[in-house]
Design a protein around this ligand. Structure first.
Ligand code: CA
Length: 242
């Protein structure tokens, strides 16, 4: 998507310049924040369509920046980090990053991931724009346990109408589960649904997404989870709780 603005939160000027010249050649405009503080100022004043977020920043770390961003918007975020440990990936996904790239990475790889995320975002926006305003019976909405999931608008709302914040991967996993209540959905299927692509099959991420979904959806700790673990097989959505 040419013409869209990417915020690069990166304190290393040489890395920023490299990303800038590459992404500008690909038709993006680019803006830089060297600290988390300046990222906050920029986000408040400038509409951006995607954030590339470095983990090692001078004032705060990228994780707290990620948390701050996620608490206020659904903007796609790709984490960039010097470390390639699994724990970093898990932390990033838990906190709601859309994707993750360990430095050093290929610029082409970064571009591919940016495009993948933007295609998903555009599709979701188009579906939302095309969705009928009035609630219909045959509009594909799925109601369960006090929530309504709308595949067209990519939103999950409470009965009171409040929107539940879910990452794109969480939404896709929940949709697949909710469409198959009482059926064991294999981990592989959830993984493909989460990733929307077939590379980097990072298999712990399904468990991380499920754990996030449980935290968000299971409001009463005295009730069994809406999403049951079926050991060695996958997960099962159990909307009836009595
Ligand atoms: Ca850095």
């Amino acid at each position: 998507m040419s013409g869209s603005k990417i915020l690069i939160v990166e304190d290393d000027r040489s890395v920023f310049r490299l990303l800038q010249s590459y992404l500008e050649r690909e038709g993006y405009s680019v803006v830089n924040a060297e600290t988390v503080a300046s990222m906050r100022r920029l986000i408040e004043s400038t509409p951006v369509s995607l954030v590339l977020l470095d983990v090692g920043l001078p004032d705060e770390d990228g994780w707290s920046a990620l948390k701050w961003l996620r608490a206020r918007s659904d903007i796609p975020i790709i984490m960039l980090t010097g470390k390639s440990e699994m724990t970093d990936k898990v932390v990033g996904l838990e906190l709601g990053a859309d994707d993750y790239l360990a430095k050093p990475f290929e610029l082409r790889e970064l571009l591919a991931r940016i495009r993948t995320i933007q295609r998903r975002t555009e599709k979701a926006a188009a579906a939302q724009a095309a969705a009928p305003a009035a609630n219909g019976e045959a509009d594909g909405k799925i109601a369960f346990a006090g929530w309504v999931l709308d595949p067209a608008s990519h939103l999950v709302k409470s009965e009171a109408g409040e929107t539940l914040h879910l990452t794109q991967a969480e939404f896709r996993i929940l949709t697949l589960l909710a469409r198959n209540p009482g059926v064991v959905v294999p981990r592989d299927d959830l993984m493909s649904a989460a990733a929307g692509r077939d590379w980097d099959p990072f298999d712990r991420s399904v468990d991380v997404h499920i754990s996030n979904l449980r935290k968000k959806l299971d409001l009463d700790p005295n009730l069994p989870s809406l999403i049951r673990t079926v050991r060695g097989a996958g997960y099962m959505f159990v909307p009836k709780r009595d």
